[in-house]
Design a protein around this ligand. Structure first.
Ligand code: SAH
Length: 245
C-alpha cells in the first residue's frame, strides 16, 4: 500500500511513522509513505498557503492553487490515486471504512487542512472522499490522517505479526472486545476469573463471547442493533439481561 500526505507540517508525520508497527510495516515493504510539503507548491516567493476569507469573518482559508499544483504533480506520476480530505464535515470514519481502505489498490492521498478551512473548490474537484474522525474540531488534518493511516496499516496482512491478531478485537464483529488479563493471577486482592486459568478452551471462548456482548450491551447498546449476531448470541444476550437486572 502507498500513502501520500499533503501538509504544511511534515515533521508531525516523521515522528509517528518512524515508530513501532508503522515503522516495521515500512521496513517489511508492506506500506510506503511519502509526505509532501504544501508550501513547496505555493505560487509566490513567501510560500503563502492561506489568505483572507471572501465575505469576511474570522480566520484564514487555505488557498486552492497550492493544493491543485501539489495534487496535479503527484498524480502526474501516473499511479491511480484515491484522494481523501480530512474535514469535520466528512463521512464519519469507523472500522468498516478502515477495512475498506485497507483493501484499496490505488494510492491513498491525504489532504490535511489547517486554519479555518480549505477553499471549497479543492473539495469540489480534487477530492474523492471527505472524511471526519469524529464530531469535534481539531486544529489540523494531520492527526486525523495519522489516525486513519494507523488503523488501516494494522489491518494489512503481515503488519501486526503472528503474536497479535486484528481479527478478535473491538468492532471486528461489530461489538466491543472482551476483557483481558495477564499475570499475576492475583493482584492487590483482585483475582483473574478462575475460568481463564482452567485451560478449558471451549469454556474460555464462550466466556469471552459473553463478556464481549455484556460490555457492548452495557456501554454501547447502539452497536448491538447493527452487529452481526448469531442465534446463540441472542440467547447469551437474554442471559446477560437476566443477570444484569
Ligand atoms: N472551520 C472548520 C474546521 C476547521 S479545522 C469547520 O467548522 O468545519 C482545520 C482543519 O483541521 C480542517 O480543515 C481539517 O483538515 C482538520 N480537522 C479538524 N477536525 C477534524 C475532524 N474531526 N476530522 C477530520 N479532520 C479534521
Amino acid at each position: 500500500m502507498r500513502c501520500e500526505i499533503i501538509t504544511i507540517f511534515p515533521s508531525i508525520f516523521d515522528a509517528y511513522l518512524s515508530e513501532s508497527i508503522l515503522k516495521r510495516a515500512v521496513e517489511k515493504g508492506i506500506v510506503e509513505f511519502k509526505v509532501h510539503q504544501l508550501r513547496d507548491y505555493s505560487v509566490d516567493k513567501h510560500r503563502t498557503v492561506d489568505d483572507y476569507p471572501y465575505g469576511g469573518g474570522p480566520g484564514m482559508v487555505m488557498k486552492p492553487e497550492p493544493f491543485f499544483r501539489a495534487v496535479k504533480s503527484i498524480k502526474a506520476e501516473g499511479t491511480e490515486t484515491f484522494t481523501l480530505m480530512m474535514s469535520p464535515q466528512g463521512r464519519p470514519f469507523d472500522q468498516e471504512m478502515a477495512l475498506e481502505l485497507s483493501k484499496e489498490k490505488r494510492r491513498l492521498l491525504f489532504l490535511c487542512g489547517r486554519y479555518e478551512a480549505i477553499d471549497e473548490r479543492v473539495r469540489d474537484s480534487l477530492v474523492d472522499r471527505e472524511v471526519s474522525i469524529g464530531d469535534y474540531v481539531l486544529t489540523g488534518g494531520e492527526l486525523p490522517a495519522l489516525v486513519i493511516i494507523d488503523s488501516i496499516v494494522r489491518l494489512l496482512p503481515g503488519a501486526l505479526g503472528d503474536e497479535y491478531s486484528a481479527k478478535e478485537e473491538s468492532f471486528s464483529w461489530g461489538i466491543l472486545d472482551y476483557p483481558h488479563y495477564t499475570r499475576p493471577p492475583e493482584f492487590e486482592g483482585m483475582k483473574v476469573p478462575d475460568l481463564l486459568l482452567s485451560g478449558n478452551h471451549k469454556e474460555i471462548l464462550l466466556w469471552r463471547r459473553k463478556e464481549a456482548l455484556r460490555r457492548t450491551l452495557l456501554r454501547r447498546p447502539e452497536l448491538i442493533q447493527r452487529a452481526l449476531l448469531t442465534d446463540e448470541d441472542y440467547r447469551i444476550l437474554s442471559e446477560i439481561k437476566e443477570e444484569e437486572r
